[in-house]
Design a protein around this ligand. Structure first.
Ligand SMILES: Nc1ncnc2c1ncn2[C@@H]1O[C@H](COP(=O)(O)OP(=O)(O)OP(=O)(O)O)[C@@H](O)[C@H]1O
Ligand SMILES: [Mg+2]
Length: 416
């Protein structure tokens, strides 16, 4: 088919997504429709009956309508094609810059096999503040995006309602008319996820949750959306970054194999060293990295702090005594302000213990409220990296990251 006014039918995302290639007659019908010809003119030029062409045309428009999730006909076909031709299929302007990125090779390999190999429908990247969830998400998106027709990244910092998010998704996908009811806008997005391979990143899903890990009042519908994404057999992928799991995701990942969660620990020692390699002074790399548990944000803050002070005073070296400073405390305040009162009491108790604790010790020291099941407690605290499991010989012990211990000792006992 020849090019017309910058329109080349082979290049049309819209048509390519219909699945089969267009046959010669279908191309003819669209070409003529593009030029504004009537079915009677089309029929004359091809020596075919007008009725036959009308039937073929209506089947073709039905197919296009199904693929696009909006009504396409002979009269609006040109306008829709023009709209689609101008529409970008990538919106990554909210994704962080990952031009400097170290390590995470095994995490990237796992994510690639989950996304491309297993075609997972929802993948959660879970971890502490600053551990590198958004950076890892941006890196894997850069690696796999060529496999997707549409890729969009949305930051949830402002806790948008689901309706706001769906409107943005629909506008991005189709530039089309947004349904007026909530139910139909979910369906419109789901239709798109069936007929197109889309990668959607929702960054910072914990911003939709209250401190008791239930949804904020304007965000309750997200549960419904995650459930539809998990249970329907579409071809798209939702990549989530979060500090805390949402209730549905926790449930769904235990029953649906293509719903997965990758919990991030700190960077390995080599990658962490790359971040702080410009720290001044004689360094005990390992102890600094261990103190921050390889958290790249804390390592970057420390680098900045000590570089600045070293150039001013020429004598302040990083040692394990001065690695906990105000900026890190402020960052953790936000995270710990989400703990329930009883959780803070439990943490204060844990902060008094110097040694790793066994399962029995934990529950002999800690007083959990009656409504809290000990297994739920361990699971939820491990998920949020408040407790870390460690195997010593045959027994499992629980520890708390040094930076968290320091935080609680500093806040509650004013000593480090
Ligand atoms: N692998 C890495 N190599 C180099 N820098 C990294 C790496 N991972 C993360 N960083 C840097 O560490 C900082 C924190 O990372 P990021 O914002 O991804 O954390 P996060 O887990 O998303 O935190 P939050 O929970 O606050 O959203 C950023 O400045 C980021 O560039
Ligand atoms: Mg983030």
């Amino acid at each position: 088919m020849k090019e017309k006014e910058g329109f080349k039918i082979e290049n049309l995302t819209v048509l390519a997504h219909c699945g089969d290639r267009l046959n010669d007659l279908q191309e003819y019908i669209l070409n003529c429709a593009w030029e504004g010809q009537t079915y009677s003119q089309m029929a004359k030029n091809r020596h075919l009956s007008e009725q036959y062409l009308k039937n073929q045309g209506s089947k073709l428009y039905e197919k296009l309508s199904a693929a696009l999730g909006e009504k396409v006909n002979k009269n609006n076909f040109k306008e829709i094609v023009q709209r689609y031709s101008q529409k970008p299929c990538r919106d990554l302007k909210e994704a962080p810059d990952v031009s400097v990125f170290y390590g995470r090779t095994s995490e990237l390999a796992t994510l690639e096999s989950w996304i491309l190999g297993d075609k997972c429908r929802i993948i959660t990247l879970l971890g502490m503040p600053g551990i590198g969830k958004s950076a890892l998400a941006a890196k894997i998106v850069a690696e796999v995006e060529h496999e997707f027709e549409y890729v969009i990244w949305r930051n949830l910092d402002h806790s948008p309602s689901l309706t706001e998010l769906l409107v943005e998704l629909i506008e991005f996908f189709s530039g089309g008319v947004v349904s007026s009811t909530f139910k139909s806008s979910i369906s419109q997005v789901m239709d798109f996820f069936y007929s197109h391979r889309c990668l959607v990143v929702l960054d910072g899903v914990e911003k939709l949750l209250e401190s008791d890990r239930q949804y904020l009042s304007n965000c309750e519908n997200y549960g419904c959306f995650f459930k539809r994404m998990a249970e329907s057999n579409h071809q798209s992928c939702l990549l989530i970054t979060t500090r805390e799991k949402t209730p549905e995701i926790r449930l769904l990942e235990s029953i649906i194999p293509v719903i997965r969660c990758l919990k991030l620990s700190g960077l390995d020692s080599e990658s962490a060293q790359e971040i702080i390699k410009e720290l001044p002074g004689e360094l005990e790399w390992e102890s600094i990295i261990k103190f921050y548990s390889g958290n790249p944000l804390f390592l970057k803050l420390a680098l900045n702090k000590f570089q600045k002070n070293f150039s001013d005073f020429n004598l302040i070296f990083p040692t394990t005594n001065n690695l906990f400073f105000e900026q890190i405390g402020l960052f953790l305040n936000d995270f710990f302000s989400r703990l329930a009162d009883w959780e803070i009491q439990v943490m204060v108790k844990l902060a008094q213990s110097e040694q790793p604790l066994s399962f029995e010790q934990i529950f002999s020291i800690l007083k959990l409220p009656n409504h809290v099941n000990p297994l739920d407690f361990l699971e939820s605290w491990e998920e949020r990296s408040l407790l870390e499991k460690q195997r010593l010989g045959l027994e499992t012990f629980f520890t708390v990251q040094p930076i968290i211990l320091h935080y609680f000792r500093y806040i509650f006992f004013n000593s480090i």
